[in-house]
Design a protein around this ligand. Sequence first.
Ligand code: ADP
Length: 218
Amino acid sequence: MKKQYAIIGLGRFGNSVALTLVNAGHEVLAIDADEDRVQRIADCVTHAVVADSTEENTLKSLGIRNFDIVIVAIGQNVQASVLTTLLLKELGVNYVVAKADNSLHGKMLEKVGADKVVFPERDMGQRIAHNLMSTNVIDYLEVAPDLGIIEVDVPQELLNVRLLDTNLRADYGITVLAIRRNGKMTLSPNPGERFLPDDKLILVGEGSGIQRFEEKYF
Ligand code: ADP
């Protein structure tokens, strides 16, 4: 279903979020205090306005509370980011996503009522670091504190082994969410499934378990 989004702050992150949502067919209002930034995106989004999001009346006059989701993509100016998030929640916005540059910033955003706090730089750093530590790691995503999803090439040692014989759960606390084979994804594979060459495994587990798994197999 088509949703209405407002993005406040048109830096690299805000721009990327706004354009992705537009490409997916959603309505996007883009807001920034900087006129150049607003002009640059104006042709690509539904509406674009120059406004200071720390002014309550400005937010009201934009009808901000009618948007399904508002994304606060102000990173460096922590004060503006926190104040904006607070005002949005006070004005009754249903769902506010706020970007944090560090954990203290994240805590403040949670305190003032952000429904979701995202850490794009930290997440991307983790993904790239996991990918660099082992060429067999295709992707890594932290889904909750100390809970990660990782995509890896099937380890050599597990070739032709049945899932139920791998002991991944007992030894590493790891569950196989899916197998990607010839571009096709099999969710919750059967315990009797054997791993084949070129399989990609999508695993979920605690960070420490995933780390031990990587050390053992790669
Ligand atoms: P990124 O790291 O994603 O590039 P930045 O923190 O550099 O993000 O960019 C944040 C954007 O938010 C800037 O374009 C800035 O003009 C905008 N911004 C900062 N404070 C406000 C505010 N009070 N109202 C509206 N936009 C703001």
